[in-house]
Design a protein around this ligand. Structure first.
Ligand code: DX5
Ligand code: ZN
Length: 224
């Protein structure tokens, strides 16, 4: 499968959200990555349903919604109604993860699980067949524009082997610090979806950068 690119709207210009949404519509990006933060699970607050609904009104590609909130199970139906196609909850924020993932699927969305940098991949052993996407955080969640954590490469390889071992069809998404420089190595390690905020919206020509991210092929570098 060709890899997917999901620009993170956290780095968009909120004063020109419709303009930036149209820009992604016109680009070769596959999904909109939408970060919801509650100021409790992460030390930042982003935006909630009114903004998400506006985004959904103009977006012509699936919304990949990343919940950085405590007790995400409280809002599964609301996020479906607000337009989410993929709904990702954090393993660290979910006491009854299996139930939450089933609810997400029952609402007709793809069910994702996100892992903070400190959470080991083996925590997914008994849940991997119940999800459609694993989001490996390659920065500590809460802010755009942070530096990529190198240990993520090892986690991608571990996750890829777990997915193969369990015959899962789960996608591997990498979120945080993705650049044109590290994208080929991430693909080589096994990434399927690359989230990019600052790399896209911080660029002079976002459409070109998306094009370049989409055109990346796996680097054949061994030993990373
Ligand atoms: C961080 C968010 C990311 C963030 C990525 O908490 O989950 O999606 O927007 O931004 P960059 O690509 O700038 O690291
Ligand atoms: Zn995110």
């Amino acid at each position: 499968m060709a890899h997917l690119i999901a620009p993170s709207m956290l780095s968009a210009d909120f004063g020109n959200l419709q303009r930036d949404t149209e820009l992604i519509n016109q680009s070769r990006a596959d999904w909109f990555h939408v970060d919801i933060m509650d100021g409790v699970f992460v030390p930042n607050i982003s935006f909630g349903f009114p903004v998400l609904k506006c985004l959904n009104k103009h977006a012509q590609k699936p919304l990949d919604v990343h919940l950085m909130i405590v007790q995400p199970e409280r809002y599964i139906k609301e996020f479906k109604d607000a337009g989410a196609s993929v709904l990702t909850v954090h393993i660290e924020a979910s006491t009854h993860l299996h139930r939450s993932l089933n609810q997400i699927r029952k609402e007709g969305m793809k069910a994702g699980v996100a892992l903070n940098p400190h959470s080991p991949v083996h925590l997914l052993e008994d849940i991997i067949t119940d999800c459609d996407l694993i989001c490996l955080m390659s920065v500590n969640p809460g802010f755009g524009g942070q530096s990529f954590i190198e240990h993520t490469y090892e986690k991608i390889r571990q996750l890829k082997s777990l997915i193969l071992q369990k015959n899962s069809t789960c996608l591997i998404e990498i979120d945080g610090g993705v650049t044109l420089q590290n994208a080929p190595s991430l693909l080589e390690a096994g990434a399927d979806v690359l989230v990019a905020g600052n790399t896209v919206f911080g660029a002079e020509h976002p459409l070109l950068v998306i094009e370049q991210l989409k055109a990346c092929s796996p680097a054949h570098t061994k030993g990373r």
